[in-house]
Design a protein around this ligand. Structure first.
Ligand code: NDP
Ligand code: N5H
Length: 260
C-alpha cells in the first residue's frame, strides 16, 4: 500500500503562528506530499499563515490556498467550504485545531464559570467540529479523515483548565457521534490528546513552567512532546495507515495519562 499523500488535499484550521499545533500538523502533511488549504480568523493571522506557508518548499500541485473562516459564524463556515469545493474539488481530510475560552475563566474555581463563558467555550471549542464536519462532508467524495485536538483535562480534573475541560469532554463525545454518523460515507473522525505544548493559546494561562516540570518528573518519557510529534500522529490518522480506526482518542503526551 502507498501511504504518500501526493494528489491529496487537506484543510488545516487553526494556524496562528509557527508554534501552533496546526502548523506541526501542516508540515507533516506537506512532507508526505499533500496539498494544504489553510483557514484563519482575522488579517493578523492571515498574514502570518501566508508567510509560514510560503516558507514551505512546494512541488507542483502543492500550492497552498487560504480562506478566512470564523467558526462562530455558520455563514462563514458554509461559504468557506463552498469556496474550497469550487477551487479544489475533492478534499481528503481536515485538521480542526481550534479552541477558545475567556482567559479569566481559566483560573480559580470552575464553580464560578459564567453562562456566557461556558457557552463561548462550547461554541468555539466543541460545536465548531460538528458544523465544520457537516460543511466538509460534501467535499469528501472519496471518503476522508477528520482530526480534532483534545486534552486530558476533558477526562480528568486538571487545575485551571476548568471551562475548557468541560468543552473538551463535549468535544470528545462530539467526535464519537460524528464518527458514528460519517462512517457509512467512509469518513473517519478521531482526536489526538496532546501533552502541554507552549503555544500562543497556552501563553499567560496557568503556571506553564510548573506544568512542564511535572511532565519531566512523572511522565513515562520524562519530557514534553513537540508539535512535530503531534504532526506524525496526525499524519497516521489523516492517511490510510489508520484506515480501520475511527472514534478514537490517541494520547501523544509522553504517556502522562497512564500515571495515577
Ligand atoms: P494556537 O493558539 O496556536 O491555536 C488556537 C487556534 O484557535 C488559533 O489559530 C485560533 O485562530 C483558533 N480560533 C480561536 N477562535 C476561533 C474562531 N472563532 N474561529 C476559528 N478559529 C479560532 O494554540 P494550540 O496550537 O495550542 O491549539 C490548537 C488546539 O490544540 C486547541 O484545540 C487546543 O485546545 C489543543 N491542545 C493544545 C495543547 C497545548 O498544550 N498547547 C494541549 C492539548 C490540546 P486565530 O489565531 O486565527 O484567532
Ligand atoms: C491546565 C492547563 C493550563 C490552564 C488552561 C489553559 C487553557 C487553554 C486553552 C484555551 C484554548 C486558551 C485560550 O482560549 C486563551 C484565550 O483566552 C486568550 N488567547 C488568545 O485569544 C490568543 C490570542 C488566541 C490565538 O488563542 C485562541 N485560543 O484563540 C492546560 C495546559 C497544560 C495545556 C493547554 C494549553 C491545553 C489547550 O487546550 O490548549
Amino acid at each position: 500500500m502507498n501511504f504518500s499523500l501526493e494528489g491529496r488535499t487537506y484543510v488545516v484550521m487553526g494556524v496562528a503562528n509557527k508554534r501552533s499545533i496546526a502548523w506541526g500538523i501542516a508540515r507533516s502533511l506537506h512532507e508526505a506530499g499533500a496539498r494544504l488549504v489553510f483557514t484563519y480568523v482575522g488579517e493578523r493571522f492571515g498574514k502570518s499563515v501566508r508567510e509560514l506557508a510560503e516558507s514551505l518548499d512546494t512541488s507542483e500541485g502543492q500550492e497552498p490556498l487560504f480562506y478566512e473562516c470564523d467558526v462562530t459564524d455558520d455563514e462563514s463556515i458554509i461559504q468557506t467550504f463552498e469556496a474550497i469545493g469550487k477551487d479544489v474539488g475533492t478534499i481528503h481530510g481536515l485538521a480542526h485545531c481550534i479552541a477558545f475560552a475567556n482567559r479569566d475563566e481559566l483560573k480559580g474555581e470552575f464553580l464560578n464559570t459564567s453562562r456566557d463563558g461556558f457557552l463561548t467555550a462550547q461554541n468555539i471549542s466543541s460545536y465548531s467540529l460538528t458544523a465544520v464536519s457537516r460543511a466538509a462532508k460534501p467535499l469528501m467524495t472519496e471518503g476522508g479523515s477528520i482530526l480534532t485536538m483534545t486534552y486530558l483535562g476533558g477526562e480528568k480534573v486538571v487545575q485551571n483548565y476548568n471551562v475548557m475541560g468541560v468543552a473538551k469532554a463535549s468535544l470528545d463525545a462530539n467526535m464519537r457521534y460524528l464518527a458514528s454518523d460519517l462512517g457509512k460515507d467512509s469518513i473517519r473522525v478521531n482526536a489526538i490528546s496532546a501533552g502541554p505544548i507552549r503555544t500562543l493559546s497556552a501563553k499567560g494561562v496557568g503556571d506553564f513552567n510548573s506544568i512542564l516540570s511535572e511532565i519531566e518528573e512523572r511522565a513515562p518519557l520524562r519530557r514534553p512532546v513537540t508539535q512535530e510529534e503531534v504532526g506524525s500522529t496526525a499524519y497516521y490518522l489523516l492517511s490510510d495507515l489508520s484506515r480501520g480506526v475511527t472514534g478514537e482518542i490517541i494520547h501523544v503526551d509522553s504517556g502522562f495519562n497512564i500515571i495515577g
